[in-house]
Design a binder for this molecule. Sequence first.
Ligand SMILES: *Cc1c(COP(=O)(O)O)cnc(C)c1O
Length: 377
Amino acid sequence: MKKIQMVDLQGQYEFIKHKINHSLQEIMETSAFINGPEVQHFQKELEEYLNVKHVIPCANGTDALQIAMMGLGLKPGDEIITADFTFAATVEVIALLQLTPVLVDVEANTFNIDPKAIEKVITSKTKAIVPVHLFGQTANMDAIMEIARKHDLYVIEDNAQAIGANFHSREAKTYKTGTIGHVASTSFFPSKNLGCFGDGGAIFTNDDELAHVLRGIVNHGMYERYHHDVVGVNSRLDSFQAAVLRAKLPNLDMYNESRKASAKKYDQAFAGQEHIEIPYREGKCDTHVYHQYTLKITNGKRDALVKHLGEKGIPCGVYYPIPLHKQKAYQDERYVESDFPVTNQLVKEVISLPMHTELTDDQIDLITSTVIEFVNN
Ligand SMILES: *Cc1c(COP(=O)(O)O)cnc(C)c1O
């Protein structure tokens, strides 16, 4: 059996090696390293795939979020509501821009931001909600958009973990995640569902005016050469990364299907296990693209299991071990522990198993039998 990896990018590369190598060679020969045709083609192709009017490529997913917030003209002191249970990048950029992050609890089953908790913390200073489609599962966008409309707030989707997932709205419309709110960000970090060979990211929006503003911000606030109308940043996707992404984008649905098939095999193996809770899936099967396959171990053996799997050579991860409201950088006296019962529990119970497009049945059998045997003994 091939050595089990948390993420296996080598196998994926083998299939598209020819295409990628050819494109990279061509870029070196034409020296169109920045903003070359590959970047422009990728932008168009991603707009088509997502059915969104504007994709603005940039250097990484963290920049994408920051630039989205800059583009909306948010000001220091504005309150931005986001989930307590997510990767720190989400709250980091809020704090960096001197906006005020307001962390709220998540739902126990989907791990996504809890709309009821959002409503409770809205004040006259609240300007935006940042839902994260965590682990590849769509947040409850019907409820979130309704709250946003009611209170006149922006919705900025952090789509770093869910590219390609669908959202079926209450009105029976289907959207790709990242095209529902006012603006969205994504990451092309190598281990994401659509990953490049370095850092990369993008912002999406259907708003023409906002798209124009964002295109200037990514390029030093320039709308006309050497005219700097706003304070911008330097955040570019380079041609090499765009070429890799162009080779992978046509396979994204297939990659996500393969993740879903592995998730289903995991689900079947863990079915009926008393102390193992499999990922809850909201609605139709295409609303979760399994950036992570995350179990809850409910009998207190999670930490021991992590250690045991390590000894057996089976990789796993704990995403995330500490709630953001308890991180030194993001503590705030307004938080009280009783506001975060779900996150406080999840950090003790969650464990993510290997998930990528190259998992084999014998690997899944070994992983699941090792987990089951350990948890029950
Ligand atoms: C990966 C990730 C980011 C940041 O993306 P980078 O490209 O690594 O900067 C932001 N938010 C979430 C939820 C992520 O998973």
